[in-house]
Write a protein that binds this ligand. Structure first.
Ligand SMILES: [Zn+2]
Length: 272
């Protein structure tokens, strides 16, 4: 059984401030080590539970956070950007399940460092009328390939908003959000133990877990960060303007929607 572990950094225990998530910042050097250790905890739990092959996708920022020489030697690392399928890089129907480690709540929610894809570009996102964060968007992408999400970790707000999407998923809450830049966190050690236990337990639900199913065509709606972002995004003829900050488009599949959203995210750099 091949497992994909998708790793972000905002939901890692001890991470509460944007400096901890920015490449090149001294605080990020510590946080990326915690992220690597939480990835390793999930890798360990997956193998404990019977996985035969584990791939780890580095899926924060420039996708170059995890420390390759500190990653569990049994795992394969997917890193670097841009890449096909974005955060779910490497995924195919060959995988038995996906695990989401270090995830965060969706944009405009009350979770630690909550955002959706790119906080400088987007405020909120809906697919077929359902508001989704990154776990929902990429969980639907995995679902389109028949791959269920069986384990996820992050703060309590992330867990609460994500649980209804993945009824069989085993969650590990790494911290309790106090505010956008504040949390009551587990220690890194305790967080890793919780993640390893959740990953191991998740391997036992794999056969009953349902992939998140979303039927195409996909109606995608985005709330841009500012009207200027909406002006920019709507230069793309496939997008319709709904109001000052809201736009929508139709995509043939979740994969196409993800690809368009990631292109818009890259375009947003023009307004920085
Ligand atoms: Zn991130």
């Amino acid at each position: 059984m091949r497992i994909l572990i998708v790793t972000d950094i905002e939901g890692v225990a001890g991470v509460v401030h944007p400096d901890q998530t920015r490449e090149g910042h001294a605080e990020h050097e510590k946080a990326r080590r915690w992220m690597t250790c939480e990835a390793n905890a999930a890798v360990g739990g997956a193998f404990d539970g019977g996985a035969t092959e584990v791939w780890v996708a580095d899926s924060h920022g420039g996708y170059r956070n995890l420390l390759p020489d500190e990653l569990d030697a049994r795992a394969r690392l997917i890193s670097g950007k841009p890449r096909s399928l974005g955060m779910m890089g490497g995924l195919s129907a060959e995988f038995g399940a996906a695990m989401l480690v270090g995830f965060h709540a969706r944009g405009e929610a009350r979770g630690v460092l909550a955002h959706t894809i790119n906080s400088a570009a987007f405020a909120r996102l809906w697919l077929n009328g359902s508001e989704l964060g990154e776990a929902g968007l990429y969980g639907a992408l995995a679902g389109e390939m028949g791959v269920p999400v069986i384990m996820a970790s992050g703060d309590d707000v992330f867990v609460a908003e994500t649980r209804p999407l993945f009824p069989h998923c085993v969650f590990a809450a790494t911290k309790e959000a106090v505010g956008r830049h504040s949390a009551i966190s587990l220690s890194p050690e305790a967080s890793r133990a919780a993640i390893r236990a959740a990953a191991r337990q998740a391997m036992s639900v794999i056969h009953s877990a349902e992939p998140l199913s979303m039927q195409g065509p996909i109606q995608a709606r985005l709330q841009a960060r500012t009207p200027a972002h909406a002006d920019l995004f709507c230069q793309w003829p496939a997008l319709d303007r709904v109001d000052g900050v809201t736009l929508q488009f139709c995509a043939a599949s979740v994969e196409h929607a993800v690809r368009m959203i990631n292109c818009l995210s890259a375009m947003a750099a023009a307004l920085r």
